[in-house]
Design a protein around this ligand. Structure first.
Ligand code: F6R
Length: 265
């Protein structure tokens, strides 16, 4: 796991956007498949990618995107649907066609069948090249709440009271927050070839510490990412505040800019 502790929102957005650009460059011509997250954490990176598209000619032509999750009961056009969120905050501002942005259909008559079909659609598309993730204060990624199987696939999940409360800020009334979601599983997410996770604020500090340094356990679902070979974690100082090895991560990032032999101090 490559941990970047950044000083401000601009640096955080830049480091995450750089991972996107590297992935787009590597899979040029073959149609990059992006895995996109909603929530507030990735928005500055999306804004930076939109800027690079407008000002620097960064192109997403040929890109397809799969969303991590969707609320059960909300059709794609609903104003609180994750499908709409991602269009408004990212894809409609760059050259990614709406038809190339796929999400589980929250309004499907048979949500369990829709979840299984969505999982298959990701595989049939050749898998995700880069998955961006946020993390819940309880350590969830996508809506894999504590207790999720580390091998789980896309399925219908019940949201914890804590997640419902955390997400109430996006809704006019807290009673309107859906209590179930269709979510990619931990096993599904780990099949992405590259992952970048970003988090900010003291409220995420315990989850980030568990993610990077805790024992792998269903108690903290994000710890399953320790089994993935290509994960970049980009966090601000507050979200990094409980990392015991923070000094080592800063030192290791510094070495990336030095030659093969570090200068003696
Ligand atoms: C969103 C998602 C969630 C969020 C997490 C953090 O698609 O799957 O896991 O990433 O709840 O949300 P924010 O970024 O709003 O703190």
């Amino acid at each position: 796991m490559e941990i970047h502790i950044v000083t401000d929102a601009v640096e955080r957005a830049g480091v995450v956007a750089d991972v996107f650009v590297r992935t787009l460059q590597e899979s040029v011509g073959s149609g990059t498949v992006l895995g996109l997250a909603t929530g507030s954490s990735p928005v500055p990176a999306y804004t930076e990618l939109i800027r690079r598209h407008r000002e620097e000619g960064l192109s997403f032509a040929g890109v397809r995107a799969f969303l991590l999750d969707e609320y059960v009961g909300l059709p794609p056009g609903h104003e609180q649907s994750y499908h709409r969120f991602i269009r408004e905050n990212f894809t409609s501002h760059v050259d990614i066609d709406d038809s190339a942005v796929l999400s589980p259909d929250g309004s499907a008559a048979d949500p369990a069948a829709e979840a299984a079909a969505y999982d298959r659609r990701i595989t049939e598309a050749g898998g995700v090249d880069l998955q961006i993730l946020g993390i819940g204060s309880n350590g969830h990624i996508a809506f894999n709440e504590p207790g999720s199987s580390l091998a789980s696939r896309t399925r219908v999940v019940g949201l914890t009271r804590r997640t419902i409360a955390d997400n109430a800020r996006f809704f006019e009334n807290s009673e309107d927050v859906p209590v179930r979601a269709l979510s990619q599983g931990l096993g599904t997410i780990r099949e992405a070839r590259r992952i970048v996770l970003t988090a900010t604020g003291e409220g995420k500090a315990e989850a980030v510490a568990q993610l990077a340094e805790g024992a792998i356990s269903a108690r903290w679902p994000a710890t399953s990412l320790q089994l993935h070979p290509d994960v970049t974690v980009v966090v601000d100082e507050a979200a990094a505040s409980r990392l015991e090895l923070a000094d080592y991560y800063r030192y290791a990032r510094g070495l990336e800019h030095s030659g093969p032999v570090a200068p003696h101090s």
